[in-house]
Design a protein. Structure first.
Length: 349
């Protein structure tokens, strides 16, 4: 297992700190730094900035939103970032959610799996530098009734194949990820629930005659170093409540549905009720400690090492840490502790 760094969203007042974390992770040999986007900062700009100020760490989008840009534009961005970084880019894609897709981008959220399949088809076609001709239910290139013609990407990526990752939560999307992607971007990954999720991915791999060998299972986990586990979990409650309660409507929230499948049906309902009522502190308080502990890295260095070994045994190949600490110095120290813990765990690759 390797370590990655989850930088989250940019522009939240911690930009200089995040750059310092990326630089430290680069020095420590972390495999990749991942940047997110929703309806604020965009991931490619952030990754270009980070890439220009680091040497070897990978640069991953977690994620580029499928409704935000055409598949051809995603291929252009991927090729450009891969070229500028000397072959360090990893293309993480996701459909976002109906609120952002329809409310921010003006793109209908219907049939997300079918759209994802076609989108990845076109991205791969464009990155192969073939002339892009495609006839699908959601995308047709060139348009058949106009002056458009089949074009070829003019940029030469450093690598013949830029790895594609999908951010998947639901069972059907997990299966699709195994079938068409090179890796999975997991959120709220719990070693207790991993077998069910990886079985879905394995089923997708089997459809195309592959297994999990070489497939990158990327799990993001909040990281908090110390002895008081309950106190360490407190700052993470808001992050969990945001996703379980606020990332979607009452009817469509993939993270809430994931928590239910993980066995937290009553708790997920309470978190959502409180969050949608804008009772954010109550929503955070409703997040069970067991949920946070099972999806995070909490405790002293020896417990972090033990948890890392458990993540690796459950199938994680890249563990993205999200350091929680009051000061930048403590967050940087957390990255160093994590690197040492991975070596102590015996799970380093």
């Amino acid at each position: 297992m390797k370590l990655g760094l989850n930088l989250g969203y940019w522009g939240m007042g911690n930009d200089a700190d995040n750059l310092a974390l990326a630089r430290e992770a680069d020095v420590l040999g972390y495999s990749c730094a991942w940047a997110a986007e929703a309806y604020g900062s965009d991931a490619p700009t952030v990754l270009a900035w980070v890439g220009a100020q680091t040497e070897q760490i990978g640069l991953g989008s977690s994620i580029l939103q499928i409704p935000a840009r055409s598949p051809a534009m995603a291929a252009m961005t991927a090729a450009t970032l891969d070229t500028l970084s000397g072959g360090r880019f990893r293309l993480g894609l996701g459909v976002s959610g109906p609120q952002v897709s329809e409310g921010w981008h003006g793109v209908r959220f219907a049939q997300p799996l079918a759209r994802t399949r076609e989108y990845v088809d076109i991205v791969n076609l464009a990155l192969s530098r073939k002339r892009v001709r495609y006839e699908g239910s959601h995308y047709t290139l060139p348009l058949p009734d106009g002056p458009g013609k089949a074009l070829q990407l003019t940029v030469h990526p450093v690598r013949k194949h830029i790895p594609i990752y999908l951010a998947s939560v639901g069972p059907k999307n997990l299966e699709l990820t195994g079938e068409i992607a090179d890796g999975w971007l997991a959120i709220f990954f719990s070693t207790d629930f991993a077998a069910e999720q990886l079985a879905r991915i394995s089923a997708g791999r089997a459809k195309v005659g592959k297994d999990l060998d070489g497939f990158d299972v990327v799990a993001s986990a909040p990281l908090a170093i110390g002895d008081d586990l309950a106190a360490l979990a407190e700052p993470i409650r808001g992050y969990a409540a945001l996703y379980i309660g606020g990332m979607g409507s009452r009817d469509v929230n993939f993270y809430n549905q994931l928590a239910v499948r993980m066995g937290y049906q009553a708790e997920a309902a309470e978190i959502q009720t409180q969050y949608l009522a804008r009772e954010y502190l109550a929503a955070a308080k409703a997040v069970p400690f067991e949920f946070i502990d099972s999806t995070s890295l909490l405790g002293p260095p020896e417990r972090i090492a033990q948890r890392m070994a458990e993540f690796a045994a459950a199938g994680v190949t890249t563990l993205n840490v999200m350091p929680y600490a009051t000061t930048l110095e403590d967050r940087l120290a957390s990255l160093r502790t994590a690197a040492e813990a991975l070596q102590a765990s015996g799970a380093a690759s």
